[in-house]
Design a protein. Structure first.
Length: 85
């Protein structure tokens, strides 16, 4: 399993997730930091090339920047909830 980390506009996280879900089994998206748009993709190695092609196409539609993972990546320690109502 490959792990790849990305920064996306937080408004695009849902679109990114639903697009990946449409390609069942290609990759799983987990949101690490919704406020800063940090997500991780878990990709089966057999689909790595297919996911690369999909990411290239998505990069034309949304802001998508691959970032290196490091221990000093500033991530929240717990899930934050906001009530904007």
């Amino acid at each position: 399993m490959l792990l790849r980390y990305f920064r996306v506009d937080r408004r695009d996280i849902g679109y990114f997730r639903f697009t990946l879900d449409a390609y069942e089994g290609f990759a799983t998206l987990s949101t690490l930091d919704a406020r800063n748009g940090i997500v991780v993709l878990s990709i089966p190695e057999c689909f790595a090339d297919d996911v690369d092609s999909l990411l290239a196409a998505l990069a034309d539609e949304i802001s998508l920047t691959e970032i290196p993972f490091s221990d000093d990546l500033d991530l929240p320690l717990k899930q934050e909830t906001h009530n904007d109502a």
